[in-house]
Design a protein around this ligand. Structure first.
Ligand SMILES: N[C@@H](CCC(=O)N[C@@H](CS)C(=O)NCC(=O)O)C(=O)O
Length: 210
């Protein structure tokens, strides 16, 4: 397997496409402060999607995917969790044995397990079944997120974590897609996320790629 090295050092490579969920992983890397490089994948064209290393990293051929030495990870939430634990000195996750770790893991899974399925339900006009559906329903997803932000300013209180990267960016999608109901607590949380210097650098990269 070919590894990416700068002056003999294995570096992190992010397979990324602008204006996609890959922005989450880019933001996470910007927060982390580790050197990384970006390989752009055009998800609408077969040529770069057939990049063999990308295909190994991402079984579904979806961005984002990440290569860190011999470690390959795909799915934005999985990538953020991996990076937070692997580069723990950045302080973007509570320690594995910390009291708040369970709550942190809950919020790390919230976007793929609850928020995004609830969003699909809303867009698709699916019949709701709060009891049987793993994501509850759209309204209970919003209420749960509001509850999680009550203490603030972040999901883990004073500590900004990888969970805010994943949930903050997906909450912003709700707003961008005009399906965020009136919610001052979520709105101000999104504003806090967007104001972070690392988020601003992420957007500058995305804009430069347009
Ligand atoms: N659960 C995945 C979803 C990734 C995903 O669906 N990515 C889209 C772009 S936002 C993609 O790569 N689509 C191209 C395709 O499916 O071929 C994650 O959060 O990373």
């Amino acid at each position: 397997m070919k590894l990416y090295r700068i002056k003999g050092k294995v570096v992190i490579t992010l397979f990324w496409c602008p204006r996609t969920r890959a922005a989450r992983a880019l933001w996470m890397l910007e927060e982390l402060g580790q050197p990384f490089e970006v390989q752009q994948i055009d998800i609408r064209g077969d040529a770069s999607k057939n990049n063999p290393m990308f295909r190994v990293a991402s079984p579904m051929g979806k961005v984002p995917a990440l290569m860190d030495g011999d470690v390959l990870v795909s799915d934005s939430a999985a990538i953020c969790l991996y990076l937070a634990d692997r580069y723990a000195d950045a302080g973007l996750a509570p320690a594995v044995d910390a009291l708040g770790r369970g709550r942190f893991l809950y919020w790390m899974m919230f976007t793929p397990a609850v928020l995004e399925p609830a969003m699909a339900e809303k867009f698709g006009g699916w019949e709701t079944n709060k009891f049987a559906h793993g994501w509850g329903d759209f309204d209970s997803m919003i209420k749960t997120l509001e509850g999680g932000l009550k203490q603030g300013p972040w999901l883990m209180g004073e500590q900004f974590t990888a969970a805010d990267v994943v949930v903050g960016s997906s909450a912003n999608f709700l707003k961008m897609f005009n399906i965020l109901p009136e919610s001052p607590v979520i709105e101000t949380y999104i504003e806090r996320c967007l104001a972070r210097p690392a988020y601003q650098r992420t957007m500058a990269r995305e804009d430069a790629a347009d």
